[in-house]
Every structure is written in structure tokens, then in C-alpha cells.
Design a protein around this ligand. Structure first.
Ligand SMILES: CCCCC/C=C\C/C=C\CCC/C=C/C(=O)SCCNC(=O)CCNC(=O)[C@H](O)C(C)(C)COP(=O)(O)OP(=O)(O)OC[C@H]1O[C@@H](n2cnc3c(N)ncnc32)[C@H](O)[C@@H]1OP(=O)(O)O
Length: 302
């Protein structure tokens, strides 16, 4: 077997770029929880995994009501489930979807970024980076079955997938709307978007914080297919079959070739990216903006 830049070619698992990342190792308890997934469902409180070993795929459902906001707990459970599937050679693809009606994911959890201390912000941001790196460079085919609203960090997660199917519902908007909150999408969010929809469209979408309804999302290439709500899952399954018809090693090396440079930009500056985030989010003016935004979200109800 040849070794290419640390990747073992000839076995199914071709690259584990995170294995050498600082902080990437899981604790002993978490390691013990790993192992073969088998045919029974597994998962955790916030991440349901429904494996179909015969088909070589698993459906992963985010289940952190009410809106799948990406709390530290959800990020951690997400990474653990992902790693379990990555480590089990039975699995070649994951369909990523939501168990919360009407919302794919509300993005990063605003409560994790408000009123906490710098150490907490640093821990949180490291977890956000970790999930992005693992998803973006995953060996598996990832298909997003987007069955609800998909703003900011939710959109980022979908953009790490190889293909996005969005339910045709005007409420199910998708985009990186950070500027509407008075915050800034970091460079690796931006890079992920640019790699998907191109520079000019990203520039406009990012500055204006555009949340695209389905038809526009399809038009700009933010999603690959828009289908009636009751067909999201079946469409994701048939798209998966098409992607799985390609030999893994060829597809994986090609994915790596397309994505590695983007991931490496973050890998090379993880610590400074954390410091930037902590400095930025700790500013009084930013904290105020986030509080105002949270207030508006709450008011919307009453
Ligand atoms: C040059 C210098 C650069 C430096 C840069 C350095 C670093 C970068 C710095 C920062 C980067 C941060 C990047 C941030 C990314 C994000 O993802 S921020 C999150 C953005 N998310 C949103 O804007 C979505 C907000 N939510 C909604 O729009 C809606 O909730 C919905 C998802 C459309 C669902 O609507 P609905 O079903 O009607 O539910 P409610 O609105 O009623 O919400 C239910 C409760 O959930 C709470 N909630 C909603 N979203 C969040 C969230 N993201 N985090 C935490 N909590 C959330 C909402 O307040 C309700 O709570 P209550 O029931 O009222 O308590």
C-alpha cells in the first residue's frame, strides 16, 4: 500500500487529517464508547443515528430542541457520532438531517457566545473548528437533507456536505446571516461559502447577510436540489446511491484534493483563530449586539 501525504491508499479509510490536530484526541470514556456500529440505532441524547449497514449508510438526525442550536454538548456529541461512523468500514455515507420540525439548525448557540468568560469562548470555538474540520474533510459521502431553516452555523454545516437537498418551503431559508447579528463570519466560513457559490455571490450574500429562500438558494448554488418537503429523505437516498456508485478511493482522493487547502488554512492557524474569536466576541459592543438580537428573537413570540 502506498502512502500519500499520510494517507493510506488501498484501504477504505484514506485520510484522518484531524488525527494529529491538537485537542483532537477523545477522552478515555469516549474512546471506550467507540466500536462497531452494527445494525442497531445508536447515538446520544442530541444526535440520533439510524444505521443501514446493508446499504452502507446512516441517517444522522440532530435532535436538540427547539432549534438544534449548536451548543457545546451538541457539537461534542456530533463529533463522537461522526467518528464512530468514520471508524466503521461498513459505512460509506451519511445523510444529515434534523429531528426538530421546521429547523435544520439555528446555527451556533447564542447562549454559548453571550455573557461567558474567555476560557469558555475558547473551548466553544475550538469545538466549532473541530466539527467543521471533521465534516469538511470527511471520507464519507455526506448528503444534507435540509428539512428546515438553515441560518449561519446551520448553513455552514450543510455546506460541508457533498450535496444539499432542501425542502421547498418559503420558511426554510439558508445562508450566512452573521452580519445581521452584528458579527462577522470567520474566514473559514467565508472560504466554505466561496468554494460553493463563488466569490461575487458570496461577497454580496455575506455582506448583506442574505438568507435565501429555496428557489433563490437553488439559483445561486447554495443547494443542489429543491424538492417537496415529503421527498427530501427519498431524494437524499437516491442522490446517495449515485455518489456511492463511484469507487471510494477515487472519490475520496478527489474530495481531498478539492478541500484540503481550505482546511489547511484553518489548521495552520487554529490558535490565532481562537484568539481572534475570543477577542471579538468579548467586546462590549458585540455582546450588546448579540443581546439585542436575542431580545428580538424572544419578542417575535410575544
Ligand atoms: C475582522 C475581525 C473578524 C474577527 C472574526 C473573528 C471571529 C468571528 C466571530 C464570530 C463568529 C460567530 C459566527 C456565528 C455563527 C452563528 O451561527 S450565530 C447564530 C445565528 N443564528 C440565527 O441567526 C438564527 C436565529 N434563530 C432564528 O432565526 C429562529 O429561531 C429559527 C431558527 C428560524 C426558528 O424559528 P422558530 O421555530 O420560530 O423558533 P424561535 O425563533 O421561537 O426560537 C425558539 C427558541 O430558540 C431560541 N434560539 C433560536 N436560535 C437560537 C440560537 N442560534 N442560539 C440560541 N438560542 C436560539 C429562541 O431565542 C427561542 O428561545 P425562547 O424559547 O424564546 O427562550
Amino acid at each position: 500500500m502506498a502512502l500519500v501525504a499520510g494517507m493510506r491508499v488501498g484501504s477504505r479509510v484514506l485520510f484522518r487529517p484531524w488525527a494529529w490536530l491538537p485537542g483532537a484526541a477523545l477522552g478515555r470514556k469516549e474512546s471506550a464508547a467507540r466500536g462497531r456500529v452494527g445494525a442497531r440505532g445508536f447515538g446520544s441524547q442530541r444526535v440520533l443515528v439510524e444505521p443501514d449497514p446493508a446499504a452502507g449508510i446512516a441517517v444522522m438526525k440532530l435532535k436538540s430542541p427547539p432549534v438544534n442550536s449548536l451548543s457545546l454538548e451538541l457539537l461534542t456529541e456530533f463529533v463522537i457520532s461522526l467518528e464512530k461512523l468514520e471508524n466503521d468500514k461498513t459505512f460509506r455515507g451519511i445523510i444529515l438531517t434534523s429531528d426538530c420540525p421546521g429547523v435544520f439548525s439555528a446555527g451556533l448557540d447564542l447562549m454559548e457566545m453571550c455573557g461567558k468568560n474567555p476560557a469558555h469562548y475558547a473551548e466553544y470555538w475550538k469545538a466549532v473548528q473541530e466539527l467543521w474540520l471533521r465534516l469538511y474533510l470527511s471520507n464519507l459521502v455526506l448528503i444534507a437533507a435540509i428539512n428546515g431553516a438553515c441560518p449561519a452555523g446551520g448553513c455552514l454545516i450543510s455546506l460541508t456536505c457533498d450535496y444539499r437537498v432542501l425542502a421547498d418551503n418559503p420558511k426554510y431559508v439558508i445562508g450566512l446571516n452573521e452580519t445581521l447579528l452584528g458579527i462577522v463570519a470567520p474566514f473559514w466560513f467565508k472560504d466554505t461559502l466561496v468554494n460553493t457559490i463563488g466569490h461575487r455571490t458570496s461577497e454580496r450574500a455575506l455582506q448583506l447577510g442574505i438568507l435565501f429562500p429555496p428557489a433563490e438558494a437553488l439559483q445561486v448554488g447554495m443547494v443542489d436540489k429543491v424538492v417537496p418537503e415529503d421527498q427530501v429523505q427519498s431524494t437524499a437516498l437516491s442522490v446517495m446511491a449515485q455518489w456511492l456508485s463511484i469507487p471510494d478511493h477515487a472519490r475520496q482522493l478527489t474530495k481531498n484534493m478539492m478541500r484540503k487547502a481550505t482546511a489547511d488554512r484553518l489548521v495552520k492557524q487554529r490558535d490565532s483563530d481562537i484568539q481572534n474569536f475570543v477577542g471579538f466576541i468579548s467586546r462590549d459592543s458585540i455582546q450588546k449586539s448579540l443581546q439585542v438580537y436575542l431580545g428580538k428573537l424572544r419578542q417575535k413570540k410575544g
